[in-house]
Write a protein that binds this ligand. Structure first.
Ligand code: NDP
Ligand code: HSE
Length: 436
């Protein structure tokens, strides 16, 4: 059979890694796919720039639209990122009858509801394994491996840059900005790194995971999103003293009132495997009613780990090129006409436990006032520690762990505590999950 001709848009970290893996493992890949896969054309903005891959035998162009309109190309691999030009390119590729492979979570989370119906109408595949958790084949797991289950919840460390920053801060006491700069140099971070540190990238990924896990439309705008910029090294130290680790998690959970979609720093017991996932590694814990808890771990970012997922998608597409489009695995795991509009829970209605850190005057009765505010709202305390002052200031850090309570009640309690004359500054809250 003739080789399948592929066009790669973007020759940066992931594009370069993909070309390298396709070249290095060409024989093994062809044995699996049943045909050779040739990258015939690739695009980048600056063609004079040095690349991490060899571009020998590949026609290089600066206009990516030359790839999506090239009649020779069957599969377009979109690896530029962002959701504007990337969207136009992917739509154009689909309209021209090309299959698409992308690592672009922003694109899928924001425009998937438009892209997938168009792809189905045109009988082409849009594959996006690399969009979530880098090299971990979590999309395939949820879409195929766990298709006999009702997924009850999933929780994941799904941003490599954020996990790398938290790990380096905790283990080496390094500063936030310094570690972020290293993550950028290593090619882990997004073009706009605020997406990594403010939780937006994780929210894009959680949107995709939740859609596939629960059979719901992609709803990025409904994800509660908090990043890691508010986490201090003191929080990490106190959490460890209490037997916990702070991880930035994406959590999707189905309950009687709907589906929770939330991304935020989370204290988790240090004995959990996922609490020990460090550096740029990712992990996703999925609880299915039949299988119980399952955990998927691996590199969450980087050239070749991500290329591993991109190439697996290319192979999947090649294997199904001749199959009837109606009999392929649905893009979002559930048949398109079976997606459900399950309500998404408001964050105020979410129930979880909390870590609270505040600064209080070293006077009799202060702690009693605080605990009374919590008790009046039915919030019970699991642990309370009063620390030595961190500097020569007279006020004392107070750390509390609470039992589970509705977010709304906790917000009211925090407002009342912050209004006390004896409490200075704001109360810092981090949600806590046992993931049991
Ligand atoms: P890079 O910035 O390293 O590479 C982007 C490539 O696209 C470059 O070759 C760049 O050209 C080209 N490009 C950028 N903007 C345009 C544009 N407007 N028009 C034409 N070409 C353009 O990005 P990554 O490889 O890191 O990321 C690519 C995608 O993969 C993103 O969607 C990202 O979220 C996703 N991803 C990244 C991972 C990672 O570890 N880096 C992991 C998983 C997913 P030039 O080189 O000339 O500047
Ligand atoms: N910036 C992303 C991360 C790349 O750090 O996880 C992988 O999606």
């Amino acid at each position: 059979m003739n080789p399948v001709k592929v066009g790669v848009i973007g020759l940066g970290t992931v594009g370069g890694g993909t070309v390298n893996v396709l070249k290095r493992n060409a024989n093994e890949i062809a044995r699996r796919a049943g045909r050779e896969i040739h990258v015939v054309k690739a695009s980048a903005r600056d063609l004079s720039r040095e690349r991490i891959c060899t571009t020998e035998g590949i026609e290089l162009v600066s206009d990516p639209f030359e790839i999506v309109t090239d009649p020779e190309i069957s599969i377009v691999v979109e690896l530029i990122g962002g959701d504007s030009i990337a969207r136009d390119l992917v739509i154009k590729a689909i309209e021209n009858g090309k299959h698409v492979v992308t690592a672009n979570k922003a694109l899928i989370a924001l425009h998937g509801n438009e892209i997938f119906p168009l792809a189905s109408q045109k009988g082409v595949m849009v594959a996006f394994e690399a969009a979530v958790a880098g090299g971990i084949p979590i999309i395939k797991v949820l879409r195929e491996g766990l298709s006999g289950n009702q997924v009850e919840w999933l929780a994941g460390i799904i941003n490599g840059t954020g996990n790398f920053i938290l790990t380096e801060m905790r283990d080496k006491g390094r500063g936030f900005a310094d570690v972020l700069a290293e993550a950028q140099a290593l090619g882990y971070a997004e073009a706009d790194p605020t997406f990594d540190i403010e939780g937006i990238d994780a929210a894009h990924k959680l949107t995709i995971l939740a859609s596939i896990a629960f059979g719901i439309p992609l709803q990025f705008e409904k994800v509660y999103t908090e990043g890691i910029t508010g986490i201090t090294s003191e929080d990490m130290i106190y959490a460890e003293e209490l037997g916990y680790r702070i991880k930035h998690l994406g959590i999707a959970r189905k309950n009687h009132s709907g589906i929770q979609l939330r991304v935020h720093p989370t204290l988790i017991p240090e004995r959990r495997l996922i609490a020990n996932v460090d550096g740029a590694k990712n992990a996703v814990l999925v609880y299915g009613d039949a299988v119980g808890p399952t955990l998927y771990y691996g590199a969450g970012a980087g050239a070749e780990p991500t290329a591993s997922a991109v190439v697996a998608d290319i192979v999947d597409v090649v294997r199904t090129l001749t199959s009837d489009p109606g009999n392929r695995v649905p893009h979002l795991a559930f048949q398109p006409d079976a997606l459900q509009e399950t309500p998404i829970c408001a964050m105020d209605d979410v129930e979880t436990a909390y870590y609270l850190r505040l600064t209080a005057a070293d006077k009799p009765g202060v702690l009693a006032d605080i605990t009374r505010i919590l008790a009046d709202r039915g919030i019970s305390i699991e642990a309370l520690i009063q620390k030595e002052p961190l500097s020569d200031k007279p006020d004392l850090p107070v750390i509390m762990l609470t039992h589970r309570v509705q977010e709304r009640k906790m917000s009211q309690a925090i407002e009342a505590i912050e209004a006390l004359d004896t409490v200075s500054g704001s109360v810092h809250r981090i949600r806590m999950e046992t993931l049991g």
